[in-house]
Design a protein around this ligand. Structure first.
Ligand code: ADP
Ligand code: MG
Length: 238
């Protein structure tokens, strides 16, 4: 198969089971949202997919190849964090190039990718600035740009809009949808915001206490929630 496959993933921290037997297939190019209450294991699951942490049990395959033991850098994925994680002492341009410079990617190719991403995200005017001289929304665009220039097979986004004010969140949501349409890359998107999940995702994975409660399209979850928890979480607005 192509895409991402999680098989019986378990993650314990000490005696605490944080991820309990999660199996899931994500198709190439699909936009999948992980939703669920704080502490249910969304970030942990994303870190396991990214290779930033190792599962206690189970396996992860990308395009049919077992990557459970493969390092984060070699998985062809790019992660975008809620906290931006930009280097404050580097310019935006340097932040975008960082991590690509000592790879096989040629200098001219790096420049071309930066120009392309900067245009797409409308951050061209800020390339020489440092992150501290940018607004929250601009910083978040740079963080997304840094993922884009790596040309990953999949983007892993952990609540990337949650630090933004409501108005900006709505416009960035539209930008993410446009970006997904343009890049046609797989996106796995963690959020505790149901509206974000409902408007952006092809499928939603509802997590509770480290388990999957239900997986389905927004419409399926909305019309046929598997239980009261899902119904309450996806919730028809009254
Ligand atoms: P979410 O992103 O859904 O809010 P997390 O994946 O961050 O949830 O956390 C799930 C659970 O795992 C929480 O109870 C959290 O305290 C615990 N946890 C996460 N990371 C660690 C860690 N490195 N060590 C111990 N416990 C952790
Ligand atoms: Mg989290």
């Amino acid at each position: 198969m192509s895409g991402l496959e999680l098989r019986n993933i378990v993650k314990n921290f000490g005696a605490v089971e944080v991820i309990r037997d999660v199996s899931l297939e994500v198709n190439d190019g699909e936009f999948v949202a992980f939703v669920g209450p704080s502490g249910c294991g969304k970030s942990t699951l994303l870190r396991l997919i990214a290779g930033l942490d190792k599962p206690t049990g189970g396996s992860i395959a990308i395009d049919g190849k077992d990557v459970t033991a493969i390092s984060a850098a070699d998985r062809g994925l790019a992660m975008v964090f809620q906290s931006y994680a930009l280097y404050p002492h580097m310019s935006v341009r340097e932040n975008l190039a960082f991590g690509l410079e000592n790879t096989k990617v040629a200098k001219a190719e790096i420049e071309a990718r930066i120009t392309d991403a900067a245009r797409m995200l409308e951050i061209e005017p800020f390339l020489q600035r440092r992150p501290g001289q940018l607004s929250g929304g601009q910083r978040q665009r740079v963080a997304i740009g840094r993922a884009i220039v790596r040309r990953p097979d999949a983007f892993l986004l952990d609540e990337p809009l949650s630090n933004l004010d409501a108005e900006l969140r709505v416009s960035m949501r539209a930008e993410l949808a446009a970006l997904h349409a343009r890049l046609k890359a797989t996106m796995i998107y963690v959020t505790h915001d149901q509206v974000e999940a409902m408007t952006l995702a092809d499928r939603i994975v509802v997590l509770r206490s480290g388990r999957i409660e239900q997986v389905g399209t927004p419409l399926e979850l909305y019309n046929k929630p598997a239980n009261r928890f899902v119904a309450g979480f996806i919730g028809a607005p009254h």
